[in-house]
Design a protein around this ligand. Sequence first.
Ligand code: PA5
Length: 442
Amino acid sequence: MNELKFDFKDSLVLPIDLNLVEKNMMDEIDVLNNVVKNKNYEDYRSFINLPYDEESLNNIKKIIYEKKKLNPKYLIVIGIGGSNLGTTAIQEAILGKLYNELNPDIKILYADTVDSDIMSSIIQVIEPILQKGENIIINVISKSGSTTETIANSEIIVNLLKKYKKNFQDYVVVTSDKDSKLWELALEENFTLLEIPRKVVGRYSVFSAVGLFPLGLIGINIDLLLYGAKDIIRKSINKNLELNPAAKSASLIYIHYKRGRNIHNLFLFSPGMESIGRWYKQLMAESLGKEYNLKREHVFTGITPIVSIGSTDLHSMTQLYLAGPDDKFTTFVKIKHNRNILRVPKERIYSKLVKGIQEKKLQTLMTAVYKGVTKTFRNHKRPFMEVRINNKSEYAMGQFLQYKMIEMVYLGYLMDINPFNQPNVEEYKTETRKILERKKGD
Ligand code: PA5
């Protein structure tokens, strides 16, 4: 079966130290078990219930079915941070970074920040489609419904749509919180609506309509994604800590943080997972970077996430990782089987340059590089843990993302902070709105 395999033996943490920290987590494991048992959305941890929400899933599938009937050529996802990073992450891991180039039925474009060059390129791509009388779907995603970038970009794209479609409403899907002003507006405009439960925070929302609608529309098997997520939830709330990977890795990251390793390096040996790295950066940075702890004491705490790609970053960052300050704990992630098998040709043109690669699979070369780098980390006593993934299937990616979200809840608990708020992100949003409201014209 396609299970994630965890290996903690190179973490350089003694069982006695690990046990002490893990034991501390029992209360939080109990809370998570209760949240799962209650199956509601009354707690901020209840993102963990999203994969079990049949009602929401059926509604999402119904809307996917309806919108597919419009035969759209493009899906434009308009959202930022937690409202698009998870979708990009899963799309690229499963369908590849060059997905749009491979002539899929529905291509996907993302509009996140307010960059006029990127937005103009998007317009250049979709306007000819609309001119030909063909269809696009716009998915505006914002939990708060008031993020400047998302609202500005959606105004631009919806305006364009209006130019070409009388019944433009049919092509717009809004994903938001029922309490948001965006929700109200979408109701007035007759857009299709999908709900984000109030207590599900952006960066934990990938298995809500936020991720499931766009991913399902472009053909990702969302049932398998959720199946994977559910499988790892069972393990990650297990009170037998030997069998609980999320509790274990959170404990290790925490122990190293306490030892001064306040940088966590997610080292992905799969370029297709690079956007999973970006998603994880948000998850860790925004969840753990806090001014106050739960007792309202000033702590200015956090763990800085960095992401490395194997083998690319071995040629840029690894000198620092091995010889620089010993301030990082690394999680290596290795994919066993890629979708495609490609070999170095038998008849080599440059056979004298590198020996031992003739007729070998690229995957074999990657595995050799991986073994080489983990051995070197070991030689230099740089601590790490490993996650081995059989392939980049929906099931496996569902497991991986869900495992990481639960790991973050445990880390928040150990660090005594609230991993679900982002007061300082809200602060910049408010300041931006104030500036824009004051400023007239251009
Ligand atoms: O995790 C979070 O809550 C944030 O990073 C948000 O996802 C991000 O700021 C976008 O917010 P919204 O979905 O409200 O537009």
